[in-house]
Write a new protein. Structure first.
Length: 134
């Protein structure tokens, strides 16, 4: 299984994705905190790395550490690997990186939509400027 992207982990820990991102982070936290059968030589659960990244989501090294801990645990615990793969499929819909919205070019007449990755948006009527006085 491919490791979980450190960029995705950092983005989710930092609040990316709004409510859905917070839910994904909470679900990952629950998964990591579940007990697992420790095999001889099994690595740590990832709880320390998860807590550290929660406290400092802007630290790339902490995101890398959590990514590594998740991969190690998945290699040692097939049940965790299955749960992590399921979580990853759902969380992969969240794009990595910040969203920056800019409106420029003067006064905007009509709708302005700010966000990320829109599709299927339809506006029912064309924007028209207000009548000029004078």
């Amino acid at each position: 299984m491919d490791p979980v992207s450190a960029g995705m982990l950092a983005a989710l820990a930092g609040g990316a994705g709004g409510e859905l991102g917070r839910q994904a982070w909470a679900t990952l936290s629950e998964l990591v905190r579940r007990p697992f059968t420790r095999c001889p030589g099994a690595s740590a659960s990832g709880e320390e790395e998860l807590a550290a990244l929660s406290e400092a989501p802007g630290e790339p090294g902490l995101a890398e550490a959590l990514s590594g801990a998740l991969a190690a645990r998945a290699a040692a615990d097939p049940e965790f690997a299955s749960g992590l793969a399921s979580w990853r499929r759902h969380a992969s819909t969240f794009p990595e990186g910040p969203v920056i919205n800019t409106v420029s070019g003067g006064v905007q007449y009509g709708s302005v939509v700010q966000g990320r990755d829109f599709s299927g948006i339809t506006f029912k009527s064309p924007a028209t400027p207000p009548p000029r006085e004078g």
